[in-house]
Design a protein around this ligand. Structure first.
Ligand SMILES: Cc1ncc(COP(=O)(O)O)c(C=O)c1O
Length: 555
């Protein structure tokens, strides 16, 4: 039996037979309602178009029409249609299981501890690179994990469902990690869990879900504190991302402390997010923006930095890892030099925090910023770390709910940090998701990740150099996870498109860091940026595709 396709004549079906005196009798109402729902395509729930891994939809209770006798008759709704629709809609709610009525266990992070193999001076994959898709034995397809790293990359990859996606018929190779990272199941499931079991606005509510949501949100703050080694959760401010964090500091701390003739010191390596907010502040205040240069390898010139620091320098704001070149800057020395000159130090950790252990207290930074989406967490959430003593003396930068202690029309008393800087409803679910990402990374171990990625970057650097005409941009001795390059005679965008055809995702362009690319005489590069779920095999595919591209043009 097929369900009749609904047509525009539902109205006609529902139009009542003449009823003297207005309201229909109960039997008529029942019959109309039955006819209405027979004509409504909701007897079985809608199905999502289903890619192979699309999650199953929840089961819905079968649609039942409540007994007519139980339906209240509103005088303003002579035919009871609104009431019937409301009853139908409540019948369409997912059926709650007993588990839903309690607080089921939160998804947990798998145990990643694997035995560490015997130390080996060489990674098999590095000693003898192979192209697995050219048909060599599986044993040759090793990644740096096998002998020296403390985690199993193949197990880790299974945590990231998107990595098994195919693009143009090829398995996705995600080398765009500096732009954003992919999300492990625990983060995806944590978000789902939040919306299924905890969703509420936080603080100031007398009900259970507000308590759950508040607990989850504040737990994630403590997870962030622990992950970056802050002294207190009150030093962790939720923001949208690194960009918003820097703007917050520029507008709150900056407007209070930077005046005419003062100086702000940044570096040539900076992402636009660590240039423009300071430029805006400098223009507004009549202050001066000064830039620490880099050497030919793309490393910061500490000698020049020392020369540029003066007693007018109010803040030094420098990236920890360059998103365009991969340079790891000497953050500890930068902070020390700034402090010796009487300036504060902000470290932009957007590109470092996913690649190495961070301890903001050991760094001595006054501010440290990060974006959740670059560290395997959700978009739209990030962290500003600020030392308590400094945050305490900063004015709010936005006003509204949540950040106040008391409001009258005459004046407002503000909360202390972090609430003072979190006006309005925050991104609660994504903060909780970010907490799950921190937990996941802690289970993997940031030291193990750093080691694995250092080996992978060394391998990738050696392999990519074999492509004729290819020049790596950014060759500092200390780098993390970024390979920026150009190939003689090729537009970076065309290279990016050719790689895309093979399922390989890289970024081509200025990477929101135009000044540093121009320092090397370029407007764009191709950037392959690695994460711990990338493998030597993927690097081999990247290099083979580049070699084919170049060979097809006779080089
Ligand atoms: C070094 C650096 N700082 C800041 C940002 C800005 O991050 P978001 O866009 O997540 O705010 C980025 C983004 O690529 C970055 O690489």
């Amino acid at each position: 039996m097929t369900t009749p396709t609904p047509t525009g004549d539902i109205d006609a079906r529902l139009s009542p037979e003449p009823v003297p005196g207005g309201l229909p009798d109960i039997a008529t109402l029942q019959r109309w309602s039955q006819e209405f729902f027979n004509a409504t395509p909701t007897a079985s729930p809608p199905r999502m178009p289903s890619p192979p891994t699309a999650p199953a939809l929840p089961s819905y209770a079968p649609l039942t029409i409540p007994a007519a006798a139980s339906l209240p008759m509103a005088p303003s709704a002579p035919f009871g249609l609104e009431t019937l629709l409301a009853a139908a809609s409540s019948a369409m709610q997912p059926r709650l299981s007993a588990a839903d009525l309690t607080h089921p266990p939160i998804p947990t992070v798998p145990d990643y501890r694997v035995p560490i193999g015997p130390a080996s001076a060489e990674m098999p994959g590095i000693a003898a690179p192979h192209f697995y898709f050219l048909g060599e034995p599986a044993a040759a397809r090793t990644s740096p994990t096998s002998a020296r790293s403390a985690f199993d990359v193949n197990a880790v990859r299974r945590d990231f469902p998107i990595l098994s996606t195919r693009v143009h018929g090829r398995q996705l190779a995600w080398f765009d990690n500096a732009a954003t990272t992919q999300k492990p199941n625990v983060v995806i499931e944590r978000l789902t869990y939040f919306y299924r079991h905890e969703n509420s606005n936080i603080h100031r509510a007398a009900h259970e879900l507000a308590a759950r949501a508040t607990d989850a949100y504040e737990k994630a703050r403590r997870q962030a504190q622990q992950f970056i080694g802050a002294a207190s959760p009150n030093e962790i401010i939720y923001v949208r991302g690194a960009t918003e964090a820097i703007n917050l500091v520029a507008q709150s701390w900056g407007r209070k402390h930077v005046g005419a003739g003062d100086e702000i010191l940044i570096s040539h390596l900076e992402h636009h997010a660590n240039i423009v907010p300071w430029q805006m502040l400098a223009n507004e205040r009549g202050a001066k923006l000064k830039v620490v240069p880099v050497d030919a390898s793309g490393q910061l010139r500490l000698d020049e930095m020392q020369r540029l620091l003066t007693d007018r320098t109010k803040i030094v704001s420098i990236t920890h890892v360059s998103n365009a070149l991969g340079t790891v800057t000497p953050a500890r020395e930068i902070v020390d030099l700034a402090h010796r000159a009487g300036a504060l130090a902000l470290i932009d950790g957007a590109q470092s925090v996913s690649h190495m252990p961070i301890d903001v207290q050991a760094l001595g930074a006054d501010f440290f910023v990060l974006s959740g989406h670059k560290i395997f967490g959700p978009t739209g959430i990030g962290i500003l770390y600020g030392r308590s003593a400094i945050l305490e003396n900063m004015p709010p930068w936005q006003g509204g709910g949540n950040m106040i202690e008391d409001v009258t029309f005459e004046s407002t008393r503000y909360q202390g940090p972090p609430a003072r800087f979190e006006a309005g409803t925050g991104n609660i679910a994504d903060a909780v998701g970010l907490g799950a990402a921190f937990e996941y990374l802690e289970a993997l171990g940031m030291h193990a990740i750093e080691k694995y990625e250092a080996d992978l970057l060394a391998y990738a650097t050696d392999r990519i150099r074999t492509v004729p005409g290819l020049q790596i941009i950014g060759t500092a001795a200390h780098k993390a996870s970024v390979l920026s390059f150009v190939i003689d005679g090729y537009d970076p965008t065309a290279i990016g498109s050719a790689l895309n055809q093979e399922g390989i995702a890289v970024r081509a362009g200025h990477h929101c860091a135009q000044p540093i690319l121009r320092r090397f005489g370029l407007e764009a590069t191709v950037r392959a940026s690695l994460a711990f779920y990338n493998t030597c095999e993927e690097v081999d595919r990247l290099v083979a595709t580049l070699r084919q591209l170049v060979a097809s043009n006779g080089r």
